[in-house]
Design a protein around this ligand. Structure first.
Ligand code: SF4
Length: 323
């Protein structure tokens, strides 16, 4: 088959929140010789987590798994205040790598509850971001996972209901769920700006355009990555065969067999090195694919580092400061 194309989507891969979280750990590793503990996966990508483990980082499920007084980083997905209290009670030194766009949702929840609203959170049950957001005001936030849940949602006053969402959801599905909420609660309050973050929106818009001209899409991302799963769903929603993988060896010749145009994108937690490994595997199976860029990269967005990092200067900077 001639003229087979592999279109590499932009924007793809790391977002500002993931960059900030990864740089936070990297900075700590360069600044201190003590063990760096991280509560949960810093971002939902196996490749990233394993590369930090090789550098001595210890990932734990909760702060009770961290020694008293130790240094613990909180992941990009955010936490409930209860986690912070428990870490403080154990004398742990916290560096909070919660993405500022997740913190924004936490503040919205607190403000809505303060104003007497029942808050409905559209999101995926069990996801760490959802646990952190629901935990902002325990008992005041109810989870709505789909249109079915809209029918059964219980609120104290239908005139005072507000909605917030997880930051990494499918734009199309969230629109449906929020639409159903508006029909049931016409006075529904929403945050002034939506909660689905810029990186989720821009990657989904790009993959939809790519899926419209591709027979198959490979999304580079781990199965527990919400934004990567949303990319796969967005591509599938446009009629392409869509696959999600973080392991080049999972790519099967059958995925590529009749495909003339193959799209490749990456979730916000997937490093470019992993994308390159996936491309190498595709080219090994089907050398006829020629690689081309598709779409436009987004402008660089950089979030301020966690304020706690000021206590952890990289060794080289410390040396430079002395001269
Ligand atoms: S996907 Fe969005 S909310 Fe999540 S870390 Fe990236 S910028 Fe922040």
């Amino acid at each position: 088959m001639n003229d087979r194309r592999l279109l590499l989507c932009a924007p793809r891969g790391f977002c500002a929140g993931v960059n900030r979280a990864i740089e936070t750990i990297d900075r700590l590793l360069r600044a201190t010789s003590e063990t760096v503990y991280v509560r949960k996966q810093i971002v939902h990508n196996r490749f990233v987590v394993e590369s930090f483990e090789r550098r001595g980082v210890v990932f734990v499920d909760d702060v009770e798994d961290v020694p008293e007084g130790a240094l613990v980083v909180l992941s990009a997905h955010g936490i409930s205040p209860d986690v912070r209290s428990r870490a403080k009670a154990l004398g742990q030194r916290i560096v909070d790598a919660t993405c500022p766009l997740v913190t924004k949702v936490h503040r919205e929840v607190q403000a809505f509850v303060r104003d007497g609203y029942s808050v409905l959170l559209v999101g995926h049950g069990g996801h760490e971001e959802v646990e952190g957001t629901m935990g902002q005001v325990p008992g005041a936030v109810s989870l709505v996972q789909d249109v079915e849940d809209v029918r059964s949602a219980v609120v104290s006053d239908p005139q005072r209901v507000a909605v917030v969402t997880q930051t990494t959801l499918s734009v199309a599905e969230t629109r449906d769920v929020v639409g159903a909420l508006k029909r049931r609660f016409p006075a529904l309050r929403e945050p002034p700006k939506g909660d689905i973050c810029y990186a989720t929106e821009s990657r989904q818009a790009a993959v939809r355009a790519l899926a419209a001209i591709s027979q198959a899409i490979i999304v580079v991302g781990s199965s527990n990555s919400s934004n990567s799963g949303s990319l796969r769903d967005a591509a599938a929603g446009c009629g392409a065969c869509a696959y999600l993988t973080d392991d080049p060896s999972e790519i099967e010749p059958a995925w590529l067999g009749d495909v003339q145009t193959l799209g490749v994108t990456a979730g916000a937690s997937s490093p470019e090195a992993l994308v390159k490994s996936i491309l190498a595997r595709v080219k090994m199976i089907e050398p006829a694919f020629s690689v081309e860029n598709f779409g436009e990269p987004e402008p660089d967005i950089v979030f301020l580092e966690p304020p706690e990092l000021r206590h952890y200067q990289p060794m080289k900077e410390l040396i430079d400061a002395n001269y």
